[in-house]
Design a binder for this molecule. Structure first.
Ligand SMILES: [Zn+2]
Length: 204
C-alpha cells in the first residue's frame, strides 16, 4: 500500500487531524442587548429575559462560527420605551418602533440590539440599533435555524457587517426564509467589515 493510501486511510478513520489551514482566526464583536419595556404599547414589550437572550446568542454564534466571527454579549439591560403616539396608518412599522427606542442606553463600544414583542418586519437594521421581533415568521428551509429569533439576530448582524440580501433560500441573507448558510464571499466581506469595526471601536 502506498504512503498516500495509508494517509488517506488514517484521515478517513480520524486518526490524523484535518489540515488546520481552513480555521479562521476568531474575531469577537461586542453586543449590548436591550429588552424593551412598555405598558402603553404592548407590541413593544418583550417577554424575553437575559437568560433567553444569552441562549439565543449561543445559536447566533453557532451560525456565525464558519466565518470565525463571534458576538459577545457585554450586557443585557431592560429599557423603558419612549411614550409615543399610537402608530398612524401612513407610518412604516419599523419607523414607529424605532422612534420609541431611547438612544441614551446605547453602548459606545458595542453593537446595540433591541428586542420587541411584535413588529411588521422580523427585524431591521438601517443604522443603529438592530431591532429584532421575538415572534418572527419564516418559510422553513432544509437545514434552517433551530430558533427563528436567533436567525433574525444573525441575519441582521449580517447587515451590520455590510452583507446584502441574497435570494438563495438556504443562505443566511435570504429574506423570509430561515436558512443559515454563508458563502465564501460573504465570509470574506463580513470579516473585512468586522476588522474595520474592531479597529474603529473605542476601548471599553
Ligand atoms: Zn435583511
Amino acid at each position: 500500500m502506498s504512503r498516500f493510501l495509508v494517509l488517506c486511510l488514517f484521515y478517513s478513520i480520524g486518526l490524523l487531524p484535518l489540515h488546520s489551514d481552513n480555521v479562521l482566526p476568531q474575531l469577537t464583536l461586542r453586543v449590548r442587548a436591550h429588552l424593551m419595556q412598555s405598558v402603553l404599547q404592548p407590541r413593544h414589550q418583550t417577554s424575553l429575559n437575559a437568560a433567553a437572550v444569552s441562549s439565543l446568542f449561543n445559536e447566533v454564534n453557532a451560525i456565525w462560527a464558519p466565518a470565525g466571527i463571534r458576538f459577545q454579549l457585554e450586557a443585557v439591560d431592560a429599557v423603558q420605551a419612549l411614550d409615543i403616539v399610537p402608530k398612524r396608518w401612513f407610518e412604516r412599522d419599523r419607523n414607529w418602533v424605532k422612534s420609541a427606542i431611547p438612544t441614551q442606553h446605547f453602548s459606545p463600544t458595542a453593537i446595540d440590539v433591541c428586542f420587541v414583542r411584535e413588529m411588521g418586519p422580523n427585524g431591521f437594521f438601517y443604522g443603529e440599533p438592530v431591532v429584532v421581533c421575538e415572534a418572527p415568521e419564516f418559510t422553513k428551509v432544509r437545514g434552517g435555524a433551530n430558533d427563528p429569533v436567533a436567525r433574525v439576530i444573525a441575519h441582521e448582524l449580517g447587515h451590520v457587517l455590510f452583507l446584502q440580501h441574497r435570494q438563495d433560500h438556504t443562505n443566511l441573507m435570504a429574506s423570509g426564509r430561515d436558512g443559515v448558510f454563508l458563502n465564501a464571499e460573504e465570509i470574506r466581506d463580513a470579516r473585512q467589515r468586522a476588522l474595520q469595526i474592531l479597529e474603529q471601536a473605542p476601548t471599553p
